[in-house]
Ligand binder design. Structure first.
Ligand SMILES: [Zn+2]
Length: 301
């Protein structure tokens, strides 16, 4: 059981095994990589790229992959996954951040969602491929990951959406294809509310069954600009982590904007002594490891 800090700011919080910095989040802004942190890069979700090149946006019969298109769950703008200039630039960028950090964690390295992309280039590529629409998308995603793998010399972690059933149809993601290139997976289970841990535990069991590489789960603690009233409670985070630990996750990451917000989470977590005592009865070794880890924060923060 390993725990990681997942932050937007380049500052390391104490008390974690590793640190992942969002060097290029979906907004498209780019931070300087940090040598002893991992670099997280959103590949095709990129507001700046779409702003600079509106014709690069991923297209579908239900409209483009832009924030505000409520046919989908878009919180940002997404570039077409076959856009050649964006692909080439991202390959170069990923190689560069790999060299300047501990390794690369990718997200949004696939199609925007179901029905994407039907731009003229994608339509032509698909027809030329002789494959079914879904198989063509899968091949596009997998071949691009293979090109990325050639450029990442350190650890490569591939983030996947919390959908174990339909990732192929929605994103062109085949878990077995990606397992050939990924050192680990990271299942992003971001939510502002973990009041129903049963569902997250079920998703974890699903991924445990399907994924052929170890996987982390990322939980949402406190995002940039959040109102403290709108974020998950510490009790919810401890409970959902415990439930996912017993379902077979290999570790957790906790997302905050800054290291200070993580320290605040750690302080409030180990203070939940009654809840921690209760959670110890939820299962065996993985749960003990996780809760001992939480208890160890007392001496650090
Ligand atoms: Zn396209």
């Amino acid at each position: 059981m390993k725990l990681g800090a997942y932050t937007f700011q380049p500052e390391k919080a104490q008390g974690f095994d590793f640190h992942v910095l969002r060097v290029k989040p979906e907004t498209g802004i780019r931070l300087t990589p940090v040598q002893d942190m991992y670099s997280n890069v959103a590949v095709f979700a990129d507001n700046i790229a779409v702003k600079n090149h509106p014709d690069w946006v991923s297209q579908s019969a239900l409209g483009p992959a832009k924030l505000g298109n409520n046919n989908f769950n878009f919180y940002w703008d997404v570039v077409c996954a076959t856009q050649p200039e964006h692909r080439a630039e991202q390959l170069k960028y990923i190689a560069e951040v790999d060299g300047r950090s501990q390794g690369v964690w990718l997200n949004s390295q696939y199609f925007a969602d179901h029905g994407h992309c039907i731009c003229p280039r994608c339509t032509t590529l698909w027809k030329k491929s002789g494959l079914s629409w879904l198989e063509w998308r899968r091949r596009e995603v997998t071949e691009y990951i293979a090109q990325i793998r050639e450029r990442v010399k350190k650890e490569l972690v591939l983030c996947i959406q919390p959908d174990p059933v339909s990732s192929y149809e929605r994103y062109g993601v085949d878990f077995d294809d990606l397992a050939a290139y990924a050192d680990m997976f990271n299942v992003v289970m971001f939510s502002k509310n973990y009041a129903t841990p049963w569902y997250w535990e079920m998703l974890t069991r699903g991924f445990k069954k399907l994924l052929k590489k170890p996987f982390y789960i990322s939980f949402y603690v406190f995002g940039p600009g959040d109102n403290p009233k709108d974020v998950p409670s510490v009790a919810e985070l401890l409970t959902v982590s415990t439930r996912c630990a017993r379902a077979g996750a290999d570790g957790f990451l906790y997302l905050t904007d800054s290291a200070g917000q993580l320290r605040n989470f750690q302080k409030r977590a180990f203070a939940q002594t009654d809840l921690i005592e209760k959670l110890r009865s939820y299962g065996g070794q993985p749960i003990r490891e996780f809760l001992d880890y939480v208890a160890s924060w007392k001496s650090i923060v």
